[in-house]
Design a protein around this ligand. Sequence first.
Ligand code: ATP
Length: 556
Amino acid sequence: MSEVPAVKSMDAIMALCKRRGFVYQASDIYGGINGFWDYGPLGAQLKKNLRDAWWQDMILNPAWGRTGPNGERVRCVPLETCIIQHPKVWEASGHVGGFNDPMVDDKETKQRFRADHLQGAFPRADAAFADIPLCTVVASTSGEAVTQLLEDRRLQKQLGLRGVERAEVPADLPSPPGADALLMVDAGRARALCWVRAVPMPALRADPAKIPSPFTGKAGSLTEPRQFNLMFFTYTGAVFNEDSKVYLRPETAQGVFIHFKNVVDSSRVKIPFGIGNTGRSFRNEVTPRNFTFRSREFEQAELEFFCHPDESRDWYIFWRDFRMAWWKAIGLAGENLILREHEQDELSHYSQGTSDVEYRFPFTAPGFGELEGIAHRGCYDLTQHQTHSKVKLDYFDTTRGEVLPNGGRKGERYIPHCIEPAAGLDRGALALICEGYTVDPARPSPEFLRLHPRIAPIKAAVFPLVDKDGMPEVAEKLADTLFRRFGHTGFIETDAKQSIGKRYARMDEAGCPYCFTVDGDTLKDQTVTVRERDTGQQQRLGLDAVPGWLGERLSR
Ligand code: ATP
């Protein structure tokens, strides 16, 4: 097993987020509301910068202007769709009445959780072991369940696990009561260190009521796995009944599929092309947790890219690789980011490929958590909506089919295939904050945020060294110039109070990449000091050169 890297403290990151106005608990003054988070001034701007970067690189200049597998520039258009749609949308998509997540309730503690989380094993909520989930492995065939779990590939597969390894128990970690072993369990969607307690399979077969609760450790209080719909609902109009029931969307993608025909008919797009959509989605997650990672209201940025079936595999690979490169380019470089291709048996029946961009969050370390999924969805969604709406959603492609005597083509009618890169903006913002969070006791600000300049909410700060001798006026003027040029991308801060060291420290903590300081020399030679956040290094720059110097760095 590879060495476990040092894990950053989530408590410290959350404290910084609150202290500096990145993220607040929603309804904070009323004690908060579980699964909902609000963004403060810096967080709101950071998230907007992330959304804008996505919009720029996925819609306006898709894939940084690269040519696609067809040898042409990639084309995409945006769409903005409602949170509430006709309820039949969710029947067609399968969210109502189709495949939902089976849930198990613990009747004693009233806890509910997804039966497929760490499939075959129930994560246990245990405050004393908050960082290491305790799993009760619910299916095993013999008394020597742990050994069997480690060695029997067929059993691992049955449980939906891709691998199990024994993990070394740190000397200072007491084992929770009833735990048999500490294992690294690779459940495909997540890799986690788990204390496991094995329960013989015959007990499960004979009587599901004998499975001990992952919350209390006692048998007899769990229900059978049941269907539970994750969608929030409300009613439209004055009468509240089944006929007026509507759902808050659990994903933005369906808004795109149902307008495929409208977009083709009303704009000049031709296959292959993409339609992008960003916006709020809602899932009544059973156990919201890990800060904003699993919330009940969150924001997605999804692209549905439509192409000919014969070219779909190439487009899938194109988008998968671009999305990985994109997250790296905005600051998630290094070993904390992986692209995980799903195995054949993890794929939905209609999918020819799915991969996840995964980030090593402090709460998933040494494992990874999903940041974005890139799915080859075949013609599943358009076919479903065509069947349910009875509106034709096929496409007539005039560039295909037999060559006619006049040199034109006969044309081909088909339902396009769709490649879907689906990112979460809240998970993205969280990953960028976690990645940027750096502790260095030797610096004026022992905690600071190395945010990529493109994403940083404060783009630059301009300080007079002292609040007199004409320096504030020069600083104001420079700040004004920078504001006019870069104010649409983020904040330009000015501050004349406190020592210069304290002002630098404040900016470092907020992730501001560059500080410009006007001092006594500025008045003589028209130069300022520029200090770079990551290195703390300073150099002199002509006042006139500042906008160009900054512009070059903000657009990298
Ligand atoms: P998970 O397996 O973690 O529940 P998912 O596979 O259901 O996620 P998708 O339906 O593929 O997620 O949604 C696309 C993206 O939306 C995810 O990669 C993630 O970034 C984001 N997302 C999904 N659910 C949540 C949530 N509850 N809170 C925050 N972001 C979410």
